[in-house]
Design a protein around this ligand. Structure first.
Ligand SMILES: Cc1cc2nc3c(=O)[nH]c(=O)nc-3n(C[C@H](O)[C@H](O)[C@H](O)COP(=O)(O)OP(=O)(O)OC[C@H]3O[C@@H](n4cnc5c(N)ncnc54)[C@H](O)[C@@H]3O)c2cc1C
Length: 271
């Protein structure tokens, strides 16, 4: 059995991380996956006692989501896509324990937080004993890592009134995603002024769809917007082709989910 710390302050946690380099433990729901007896000799830094890392607060025009905010807390998030994603994650028991920070830091293909926050232009706040920095989520998912003495402290999310998330898998509950899609639309005077579209579950890491986003800009925000999404628009993506689902099937599902989300958001904007 390794050593175990559960500090009450971020400063204490960062000092321990700097000096002892333990593994970070948040909800532990991903960390335990595939753990072997040897893993239990690891030193663990439990960050769930640090209140500064918990909860959702206003920051500027947007929101600051503490890294140990649970998926249960995200069921009441002020951003629709996050609420919708939280509803699809695991089961009530796991959602109560699992954190958004652990979801992103674990870097796995079916992490539901990744496409959702990517479409929202989220930025990670990272801290070490040496100071704080910000890291755009798009860079983190593209491979930019955290240093061994760094902790993800919060996710910064710009305000976004029109957002949505959808997930498809082989069952309704405790569902590992075959495809997830997230959309953010900024509509002014009946036209698309800004768009964030992202896919997850069907790629090694969630990705934005910049070509499709560019095609949406300036278009009338009505039912015809969804017609811009087709197989050709997603053909360049290296979709996963594995035991969960073939790439062609994932592509069909991705088109359907994105179309549905665009349709729902344009109807919402018109209402
Ligand atoms: C039954 C079951 C069903 C699941 N279903 C889903 C699902 O539907 N969708 C989904 O997305 N996930 C699912 N998961 C995976 C997992 O529960 C979630 O992704 C969860 O959000 C992980 O958070 P955690 O706090 O438990 O992470 P942990 O297990 O505590 O940590 C995961 C990794 O991130 C690191 N880490 C954690 N927090 C930080 C931080 N603040 N800074 C730096 N590194 C950190 C840890 O060191 C570890 O390497 C499921 C898991 C289980 C067991």
């Amino acid at each position: 059995m390794g050593r175990y710390w559960r500090p009450a302050t971020l400063g204490e946690a960062l000092d321990i991380l700097h000096q002892e380099r333990p593994r970070i433990l948040a909800g532990g729901t991903r960390l335990v996956r595939g753990a072997t007896p040897a893993d239990w000799d690891s030193d663990l830094l439990d960050i769930t006692g640090i209140t500064a890392l918990q909860g959702i607060a206003r920051e500027g025009d947007g929101w600051r989501i503490g890294a140990t905010t649970s998926w249960t807390a995200l069921l009441a998030a002020p951003v629709a896509a996050l609420r919708q994603a939280a509803l699809t994650v695991a089961s009530p028991q796991v959602r109560h324990q699992a954190t958004i920070g652990g979801n992103l830091a674990a870097r796995f293909a079916s992490a539901d937080g990744a496409p959702t926050l990517l479409a929202l232009d989220a930025v990670l706040e990272v801290a070490s004993a040496g100071g704080r920095r910000q890291l755009p989520l798009v860079d983190f998912l593209g491979g930019a890592g955290l240093a061994p003495d760094e902790l993800l402290t919060a996710i910064l999310v710009p305000a976004a009134p029109l957002t949505g998330f959808a997930k498809h898998g082989s069952r309704q509950a405790v569902n590992v995603a075959e495809v997830t899609a997230a959309v953010r639309l900024d509509i002014a005077q009946g036209r698309v002024r800004g768009a964030g579209l992202a896919l997850g579950g069907c790629l090694e890491a969630a990705q934005r769809l910049p070509l499709l986003e560019a095609a949406l800009l300036g278009q009338p925000a009505n039912a015809s917007l969804a017609d811009l999404v087709n197989a050709e628009a997603l053909a360049h993506l290296p979709l996963l082709d594995d035991f969960r689902a073939p790439a062609g099937y994932r592509q069909d599902v991705a088109v359907t989910l994105l179309r549905r989300l665009l349709g729902a958001l344009t109807r919402q904007a018109a209402a």
